[in-house]
Design a protein around this ligand. Structure first.
Ligand SMILES: *Cc1c(COP(=O)(O)O)cnc(C)c1O
Length: 398
């Protein structure tokens, strides 16, 4: 049976060019960049080349890039770092209702410590309104943290405008761009971004390595204490193979972005049109325009996303549902609730995220397998039976 991996927003495979680039740094070029002999100097040079590549991909200066152990670490560092740095000036932070848990749970931690956080609402399209942001700004606001693109519904925020507003008010602007970097164009200068988080495993690099961009002049404190690595701001011997891989992956992703995003957008739209036209009582979640090229998120009324995932899995199709991020818990996704879905509709959601391995043939296979699965689940659904009774009483009384 064919394996169809439709969960690229959860993680991506390491592409062969990236794997090849990182392999020598495990057993051959294993030097510690902090030492001074030959293999150490070579490691140091490798580290700085990767930093140059990450910087170039973002339109940043290499001195503004700090490697971290994950996207989550970059988010934690940026948010706690700024909140605590400017604590005396103010204790108010603005974020959004649809952030990743790496941001939301950091904000909640700060709330417990006496900070105030405003979570901006989003429209049905999953996008904040800049007017709401402007109204939320207070004299004691020190940080705005709003993601570039959402991991569940793919909505893309007006980053440049948010950044311009933050800058005009003297507030630091951080963005979690983990789903965006390597997928849509990013330029920290033209988009007025002060801090940005990214992660290698969402762009065909390995898990366990990320980076934080910090605009020159922001005196962000160290978050992990120890040696003097990353110019004294992030201690711990550098993950050289991972960092090399991040550099290679980001360089490739950016150079291929235009063509790949055109290809994926076409597959995405084929999926959306195909699903909506072949399965009744189904709708698209999030924006139809300001949307990541690889993201499809739909809700099927009267069924549970989890059961749908299991039946798709049996057909070799791997996707995700509206509660997968809090795996194990059956709470509907905070993102789907924030765009106004009632609980029962949020429960019937399916997220498909495409990537480099996705093909037209896979999309066609999925569109062939989906309708009978949904019908089968609805046939077993008491909610659907109830709906049929109401909409067509003759059908059950006869
Ligand atoms: C995956 C993801 C993260 C976390 O990155 P890790 O490297 O897995 O810690 C943060 N934010 C968003 C939007 C993500 O999709």
């Amino acid at each position: 049976m064919e394996k169809v991996y439709f969960d690229h927003a959860a993680t991506t495979y390491v592409r062969p060019e990236v794997l090849e680039a990182m392999l020598p740094y495990f057993a051959e070029d294993y030097g510690n960049p902090s030492s001074i002999y030959e293999i150490a100097r070579s490691a140091k040079k490798t580290l700085e080349t990767a930093r140059d590549k990450a910087a170039a991909a973002l339109g940043a200066d290499p001195a503004e890039i700090f490697f971290t152990g994950s996207g989550t670490e970059a988010d934690n560092w940026a948010i706690r770092g700024i909140a605590e740095l400017y604590e005396k000036k103010g204790r108010h932070i603005i974020s959004s209702a649809i952030e990743h848990h790496a941001v939301l749970h950091t904000c909640e931690y700060l709330e417990k410590r006496g900070f105030e956080v405003t979570y901006l609402p989003v429209g049905e399209d999953g996008i904040i309104r800049v007017a709401d942001l402007e109204k939320a700004v207070r004299p004691d606001t020190t940080l705005i943290t709003i993601m570039t693109a959402n991991n569940e519904i793919g909505s893309i925020q007006p980053i440049e405008e948010i950044g311009a507003l933050a800058r005009s008010k003297g507030i630091v602007f951080h963005t979690d761009a983990v789903q965006a970097v390597g997928h849509i164009p990013i330029n920290v200068k033209s988009q007025n971004i002060d801090m940005l988080s990214l992660s290698a495993h969402k762009l065909y690099g390995p898990k366990g390595v990320g980076a934080l961009y910090v605009k020159k002049g922001i005196p962000l404190r160290s978050f992990i204490f120890g040696g003097g690595q990353e110019r004294g701001r992030r201690a711990g011997t550098e993950n050289i193979p991972g960092i090399v891989a991040l550099g290679k992956a980001i360089e490739l992703a950016v150079s291929e972005m235009e063509e790949e995003s055109r290809r994926l957008s076409a597959l995405r739209d084929k999926l959306i049109d195909g699903i909506l036209s072949s399965v009744p009582h189904t709708f698209l979640n999030g924006s139809s325009v300001k949307r990541l090229p690889n993201n499809v998120n739909v809700s099927f009324e009267f069924i549970e996303g989890e059961s749908l995932l299991l039946l798709l899995d049996m057909k070799g199709i791997f996707a995700s549902s509206g509660s997968a991020c809090t795996s194990g818990s059956l709470d509907p996704s905070h993102v789907l609730l924030a765009i106004g879905l009632p609980h029962e509709k949020a429960h019937g959601s399916l997220r498909i995220t495409l990537g480099r391995s996705s093909t037209e043939g896979q999309v066609e296979y999925f569109l062939k397998e989906l309708p009978p699965i949904v019908s089968r689940l609805r046939d077993m659904s008491p909610l659907f039976e109830e709906y049929l009774k109401i909409s067509d009483p003759a059908r059950v009384s006869g």
